[in-house]
Write a protein that binds this ligand. Structure first.
Ligand SMILES: [Ca+2]
Ligand SMILES: [Ca+2]
Ligand SMILES: [Ca+2]
Ligand SMILES: [Ca+2]
Length: 259
């Protein structure tokens, strides 16, 4: 008996010595961030920021809470479940139950705006967020698929002509993109450019020196997509080689003489 005890004591000392190869860490400051009689779950962190889901003390459903390092803010306030949050910087995503259809949808907030990312009648869940993208799984028919949503970077664009006559027999509409400091005109994936969501560029000229991209689009095709008006929005979307999405908008006048 005594021998057994001795062996155990010796083993304990050996183990303690093995761990003692490291100096003891500094003591952390422990704070209790939440209180009350309801559960909190699924804490996720990014730097000093954190998100979690907490039961609504009044409704019993789950809500999403955000901690910025000093203050806790309630991000959702409704009667349905909001769960599985994720965070990167100030970007927060979670899945919330659709009050009408009963399926799960993906939601996003960056502390300044709020957005429902999905809107369908099948389940969407387990969202993860980075600085500029959201990934999640969505049920499609009989199985789960992976989805991604990207926040496009806005670039400056000038469309010409400034007045588009729908009766014109002109060949092209020109969009001149100025890429700004963070993006290079050379890195635009030309085949990804779409005017009004669908018209591809028929001809592209890139000036690396002035960081400018001039794209021409088939005018008859563009004209079929336009309605007359004084301030008609023309939008161009595209993608950079590193996967960043870009978007640009300009406003032109669209006329149809004789109408
Ligand atoms: Ca809720
Ligand atoms: Ca609630
Ligand atoms: Ca859904
Ligand atoms: Ca839905």
């Amino acid at each position: 008996m005594k021998l057994n005890l001795l062996v155990i004591t010796v083993m304990t000392i050996v183990l303690a010595t093995a761990q003692a190869g490291y100096a003891q860490c500094e003591e952390p400051v422990i704070e209790q961030l939440t209180s009350g009689d309801v559960d909190k779950d699924n804490v996720r962190i990014s730097g000093v920021h954190a998100v979690w889901q907490g039961e609504d003390p009044n409704g019993g459903d789950w809500e999403i809470y955000y901690y910025d390092g000093s203050t806790v803010t309630q991000l959702t306030d409704n009667n349905t479940a909001d769960i599985e949050p994720d965070i990167k910087g100030s970007n927060v995503v979670w899945q919330g139950r659709d009050a009408n259809e009963g399926d799960w949808e993906i939601f996003y907030s960056n502390g300044q705006c709020f957005l429902q990312i999905t809107d369908n009648n099948q389940d969407d869940g387990n969202p993860q967020v980075s600085a500029s993208r959201i990934f999640w799984k969505g049920w499609v028919g009989v199985n789960w698929e992976v989805f991604s949503a990207a926040f496009p970077v806005g670039v400056s664009m000038k469309v010409s002509p400034r007045t588009i006559n729908l009766k014109s027999k002109g060949q092209s509409i020109t969009a001149t993109l100025l890429l700004g400091d963070d993006l290079k005109a050379d890195d635009v994936v030309v085949s990804s450019l779409r005017l009004l969501g669908q018209v591809p560029a028929s001809k592209v000229k890139i000036s690396a020196r002035s960081n400018k991209l001039i794209a021409k689009f088939d005018r008859p095709e563009v004209q079929t997509l336009l309605q007359t008006g004084n301030d008609v929005e023309i939008t161009l979307t595209g993608k950079m080689q590193d996967g960043t999405f870009i978007t640009a908008t300009d406003t032109v006048k669209v006329i149809k003489p004789g109408n």
